[in-house]
Design a protein around this ligand. Structure first.
Ligand code: ZN
Length: 128
C-alpha cells in the first residue's frame, strides 16, 4: 500500500477539516479513504477546479550502489522542474547520498516529461 504525505497544509482548512470530522464522528483515516472512494466513483462534486501543480516532484527511490551511505534504504528524492531534461537524457536521477545514477522506469520518465510540459502556477498560488 503506497504512503502519501501531505506537507505544509494551511492551518485553517486543516483545522476545520478535523473539527468537522470530529463532530461527525469520523476518524481521519477512514474519512480520507471514504473521500477517495467517493471522489473516484464520481460521487463528489468539488467547489473549484484542479489546484496548481507542485513546483517540485518527490520520488521515493532506493539506490542500488552497494557502497551507498543510504545503505539500500528507500529515500525521498526531490526533483525540480528545471532538472527534468537532464533526468530524461540520463534516464534516471542522481542519488542524493552517493551521486550514483538511480535508473527510472519508463512510466516514471513519462510522468516527469508530462510534468515538465505542464505550465507552473503563479508562485503565490502554491499551497493555496
Ligand atoms: Zn546512493
Amino acid at each position: 500500500m503506497p504512503t502519501y504525505i501531505l506537507r505544509d497544509l494551511d492551518a485553517g482548512p486543516w483545522t476545520r477539516f478535523k473539527e468537522r470530522a470530529h463532530k461527525d464522528g469520523w476518524p481521519l483515516r477512514p474519512l480520507f479513504l471514504q473521500l477517495m472512494a467517493d471522489y473516484a466513483d464520481g460521487k463528489l462534486t468539488l467547489s473549484k477546479g484542479p489546484g496548481p501543480r507542485p513546483l517540485a516532484g518527490f520520488s521515493v527511490l532506493t539506490c542500488k550502489n552497494l557502497a551507498c551511505p543510504a545503505g539500500g534504504q528507500p529515500q525521498q528524492v526531490t526533483t525540480r522542474k528545471d532538472e527534468v531534461p537532464a533526468i530524461l537524457k540520463a534516464k534516471g536521477v542522481t542519488c542524493p547520498a552517493c551521486r550514483t545514477l538511480i535508473p527510472l522506469e519508463a512510466q516514471e520518465l513519462e510522468h516527469l516529461e508530462s510534468w515538465f510540459h505542464t505550465s507552473d502556477p503563479n508562485p503565490g498560488e502554491f499551497g493555496g
